[in-house]
Ligand binder design. Structure first.
Ligand code: APR
Length: 237
């Protein structure tokens, strides 16, 4: 990577848009058991509940907009001439709506679903259900949200690892550092000597692994950090 930058985002980057985080006192996991709505076993046990859970999340997308943090990242990518990769754990589409292009949804996307029979993957904007039929294989009942559940392998890990192995700067934004492998990216980046920065509302579980932490709302910290970085990088190029 040429002046390579890898950014990892979590639920905190979308919090000020009105998308609920997972582990806050009013977070999603306070109301739902992870085993019920975010595992293959939960889906097998009660697919109706799981479809309803993700339908509710998908419906909220129509009511939310990208915030200043999503915009700042998209703006940075547009103007930065070095290598840049944005990896998000979020399943909302706010980064792409803000204009981010070099983006990996490592935990899947609310606006996609796939057939567990033939793996055909489609876009979805409305509700999904156990009655859905796969347009590719014609089988009914096997469609599931394209979300990486606990126990499943996140998407595009080799591309992410390759970018981490070559980056000079790693920035984690709005993530609590509880879920691996994403929580371990800072260790990979550190190991090759990259500068590691955390931008979060509060110290994450892995804060001690970062060279620097800046604490405050993402809409303020991300904008401030990346506009300053753009200025310095244009001076040094
Ligand atoms: N600005 C910045 N950070 C914020 C803000 C904000 N406005 N609001 C909350 N945060 C921070 C919280 O302090 C917390 O550290 O965002 C973090 C959100 O943590 P989690 O709810 O645990 O979300 P995340 O780290 O993205 O979860 C990782 O866990 O359940 C799974 O698959 C799910 O992708 C998710 C993964």
């Amino acid at each position: 990577m040429n002046g390579g930058i890898v950014v990892l985002t979590g639920a905190g980057v979308s919090a000020e848009s009105g998308v609920r985080t997972f582990r806050a006192a009013d977070g999603l996991w306070e109301e739902h058991r992870i085993e019920d709505v975010a595992t293959v076993e939960g889906f097998t046990r009660d697919p109706v509940l799981v479809h309803r859970f993700y339908n509710e999340r998908r419906q909220t997308l129509a009511t939310v907009q990208p915030n200043a943090a999503h915009q700042a990242l998209a703006n940075f990518e547009k103007n930065y001439t070095g290598d840049f990769l944005l990896v998000t754990q979020n399943i909302d589409d706010l980064h792409e709506r803000a204009g981010s292009k070099r983006l990996i949804h490592m935990h899947g996307e609310l606006l996609r679903m796939f057939c567990t029979q033939c793996m055909h993957n489609i876009n979805i904007t409305g509700d999904s259900s156990v009655e859905d039929t796969c347009v590719a294989c014609g089988k009914r009942g096997g469609m599931r949200p394209d979300i990486v559940w606990f126990g499943e392998m996140p998407y595009q890990m080799s591309a992410i690892e390759q970018a981490l192995m070559q980056c000079d700067l790693f920035v984690a934004i709005g993530t609590s550092g509880n879920v691996y492998p994403a929580a371990g990216f800072v260790q990979s980046a550190r190991a090759i000597g990259a500068r590691c920065v955390e931008l979060n509302l509060e110290q994450s579980t892995t804060h001690h692994l970062f060279d620097e932490g800046r604490y405050g709302p993402a809409t303020e910290e991300v904008e401030a950090f990346f506009s300053a970085l753009l200025k310095t990088s244009s001076l040094t190029q």
